[in-house]
Write a protein that binds this ligand. Sequence first.
Ligand code: HEM
Length: 541
Amino acid sequence: MSMQQPTTMAEAAAAATSPPPLSLLQLAFTAAMATAALAMAVAVARYNRRYRGLRLPPGPPGWPIVGNLFQVAFSGKLFIHYIRDLRKEYGPILTLRMGERTLVIISSAEVAHEALIEKGQEFASRPRENTTRNIFSSNKFTVNSAVHGAEWRSLRRNMVSGMLSTSRLREFGHARRRAMDRFVSRMRAEAAESRDGASVWVLRNARFAVFCILLDMTFGLLDLGEDHIVHVDAVMKRVLLAVGVRMDDYLPFLRPFFWRHQRRALAVRREQVDTLMPLINRRRAILRDRSSSSSSLEDPNVAAPFSYLDSLLELRVEGRDGVPSDDELVTLCAELINGGTDTTATAIEWGMARIVDNPSIQARLHEEIMEKVGEARPVDDRDTDAMPYLQAFVKELLRKHPPTYFSLTHAAVRDGSKLAGYDVPADANLDIFLPTISEDPKLWERPTEFDPERFLSGGEAADMTGSAGIRMIPFGAGRRICPGLAMGTTHIALMVARMVQAFEWSAHPSQPKMDFKDKVEFTVVMDTPLLAAVKPRSLSF
Ligand code: HEM
């Protein structure tokens, strides 16, 4: 008989009617559940009070507390496909309640125009973030996450003039040339080492090439070895994973149960700081040496004349004392690198899939390259500006396959704003779903067809900024439009041109027929990653 068992009838009766003594673990669990229940009740009361009397856009009826969260989670569909389907029922502006978050989703050109252009000032802010993302954005001290205001204006102005303007872009021709040469030789080597001597994984190579350019532009350190770059890239990928969406983003009372995730996120942040700080300090040392000695002594293969970091070291932000801290420098540098890497690389993968799928597109591109440049030297970005078919191809690519299906989430600057006659409270997430705009049959002829010809003279127009009317906005539109638009399109055109100049591309015999199915990773990528067969062309460089 164990010590816990009752020995008398009286003890047995007492044991049957009173609960057994609680262990510490049980007590903690009970306390956590009670707190969660209380937090849920408070959340419901707060929600009811906050939204009473408002006329939100229509949407599927939800359950108390969780709203539509479980309907979305258990729909068996990707979120992007779920939204496409809901649109058919609820129209171009709809509401989804995801736990404590209210999502207002826009999916037509008219309402997007109202939100981003006509009422651009009212909807130019960003919503509050969860604690993990606040760590990686240094409390919203980045261009993309800052709320609308003086801080955002200073950071954005600096990024555009310091890095993304047309003149700055031109200055970084050497970074692009180096990265493109490395890109082509990596693919040649990968093909040569593959079993059939001709296989290349497109996304992986494209991603690495863009990453190299952005790393050069951010730190201006030109002598980083390939292993070092691969390490920095791996850390940046871990950061993207750490800031992914979690259940407690929508149900904050579950946060205590996610303490392990939080601890891991902090470790990843430490790793990010430990990886980027040495690069920041090396650049600082180069700048110090430059100011104390003759810059003619400097090796041009070690340091670029200018980097994005240089502009941040002296940056004065409206309404703040001093220059950014080391922690903030890490965040701001990471933002430039992350903003342009996956978006651009994803576009390249879809673009090469279209080229592989349609030999006449490849033939047109190659013909144009031969006509303008030939085989004697590599294409550069001044050449690509003068290639109308290539430019039309890039536009069609971004129309048919926008790398992100949602713009970054917007928020109203204050309560009281309306869209399409509905209320949009300041704490709602305002998301713009891009593919239904660029495939709207009211705006486009044969919208589902991939056809670059549509943009050639006399054909359809594409103003990607949306200022002359919204038809396709892969970079968003209005005040928060992507500041990397020129850089992104330059990189896509250049990479496609170099790939077509260096190789003849075809479908890989081991791969299923191309179905252009999409899936969401950090961006919207091909469901089956593109493995292509390449045949090197004879070039004299
Ligand atoms: C094909 C390439 C790219 C695509 C498709 C793309 C797309 C987008 C989109 C849809 C937005 C959200 C706009 C909005 O909130 O309404 C955005 C914002 C942003 N992008 Fe890009 N982007 C690309 C390349 C780049 C590059 C190369 C950089 C920088 C190196 C960059 C940096 C940013 C930043 C900082 C923001 C936030 C702007 C703000 O909040 O004021 N992007 N981008």
